[in-house]
Structures are given as C-alpha cells and as structure tokens.
Write a protein that binds this ligand. Structure first.
Ligand SMILES: [Fe+2]
Length: 238
C-alpha cells in the first residue's frame, strides 16, 4: 500500500499537492528497486552527459555517499529556478486569475520537489558525518557550490527560452539519480541490516534499514523524473 508521509495536524491539504513522492513500504521499495534495475536509462541529452562526465571526472566513477551528496546539492537547483520564474510570471499575469492559479500550482509543486531534494541532501550529510569520513573541503564544499551555480543559470536560461528543454534536462538528471541510488544499494548488502537512525526521520520518514532509506530516495528521484516528463506534455504556463 502506498502511504503518504506523516504531515502532522492541519496539513491534510498539503498532502494533496503534487510534487510530493509517496512513502513506500519495504516490499514496495524492493519491487521499485528491481523495476529500476530492469528499466533502461533514458537517452540522455548533451547537457546531461556533460554534467555526468564532469561529476565522474571530479569525483570518480565509484559510487560513494560523498558523490551522491554533490548530486543532491545540484538536484535542488532546477526546482528553485522553476519556482522563481513562475513567481515572476504571476507578477505579470495576476489579472488572469485562472492562469495565475495554475502557475501558482506549479510554484507549490516546485517547492515540494525542492524540499524533498533538501531532505535527501541533509540525510546524506548526516550519513557521511556518522561514517566518520573527513571530506576535502575544496572538492566537497566549494566545487559543488560552483557546479550548482552554473547549473542554476543553465536551468534558468533553458526554462525561460524553452521550458521543455529544462524539464527534459531534469528528467535525465533524475533518471540518472534513480538508477545510481538503486545500484548503490546493490553494492552494499551490509546496509540491509544497518538501522536508519536519523534526526530527520520525523520529517522524511522512518525505515527499517539504510538500504530501504536509499531505495526510497531512489524512488523519489523516479517520481520527480515522471513529474518532469508529465510537464513536458504541457511545458508552458498557458
Ligand atoms: Fe535527490
């Protein structure tokens, strides 16, 4: 059964907002992982391939939590640009109430997606801190900030010029993240019995193991990918 995250009192309305991925049970997560591993990756566009090659060059091809943290830092960026551009659009179109309402729904969706990616980032940061690994500050703090800044401008420009390009780039990015998370779990059987003990469990969800947590994150990325593909059918606010 697909459950919704625990929203807390008074937040029933928020759970209706699109952009929030469902929270899955252990069996559903195992099934989702198998589905992803059985599904070929999308045919990535040039910009997505440049981004993935840059990340592989800087952080290596090996899947590490530190590399995933960089991925998460970048993952939030398109949702920020979509939210900001949509807000500006409301400023220009507030007199067309129906349209302004639809744009606002996009704003809310972008916020939900952004927040979801935010939890991924914070949880990975927590896992890395818990592992005792010390990261090189240049490689894992400053360089990712620079990548996120460049990606921000690319996403913004694509969205302003042709929203479909921005949605397609994000679908590629999320498809890549979904596959990478599911493969990461297969590489760490020890995580099946490692408990997920987190300060963010109340916000993000509780899981039996770190393996399930990472499967859930992988499934969230799939959900985000599907939302971007859906938006491709009607990329402009009109
Ligand atoms: Fe993510």
């Amino acid at each position: 059964m697909v459950q919704r995250r625990d929203d807390g009192p008074g937040d029933a309305e928020r759970s209706e907002v699109s952009g929030r991925p469902p929270l899955l049970s252990h069996d559903e997560l195992v099934r989702a992982q198998a589905e992803t591993l059985d599904t070929p990756r999308r045919r990535y566009g040039v910009l997505a391939r440049v981004l993935f090659t840059t990340l592989d060059t800087l952080y290596g091809k090996k899947r590490t939590l530190s590399k995933f943290k960089v991925l998460e830092l970048v993952a939030r960026v398109p949702y920020q640009t979509w939210e900001q551009v949509a807000y500006i659009a409301i400023t220009h179109m507030h007199n067309r109430v129906g349209l302004a309402r639809r744009i606002y729904d996009r704003v809310r969706e972008s916020r939900e997606q952004q927040d979801n990616e935010q939890w991924h980032l914070l949880i990975l940061e927590e896992l890395i801190a818990g592992s005792g690994k010390r990261e090189n500050r240049l490689y894992y703090f400053w360089v990712p900030q620079a990548i996120a800044l460049v990606y921000y401008h690319i996403s913004w420009l694509l969205f302003v010029l042709r929203p479909a390009w921005s949605y397609r780039l994000n679908a590629d990015f999320e498809d890549h993240a979904e596959h990478e998370y599911m493969y990461l779990v297969t590489e760490h059987p020890e995580w099946e019995t490692t408990p997920f003990d987190s300060d963010f469990a109340a916000d993000y969800g509780s899981f039996d193991s770190v393996a399930d947590l990472l499967r859930q994150i992988g499934h969230d990325e799939r959900f985000h990918k599907e939302e971007s593909i859906k938006a491709l059918a009607n990329p402009r606010f009109h």
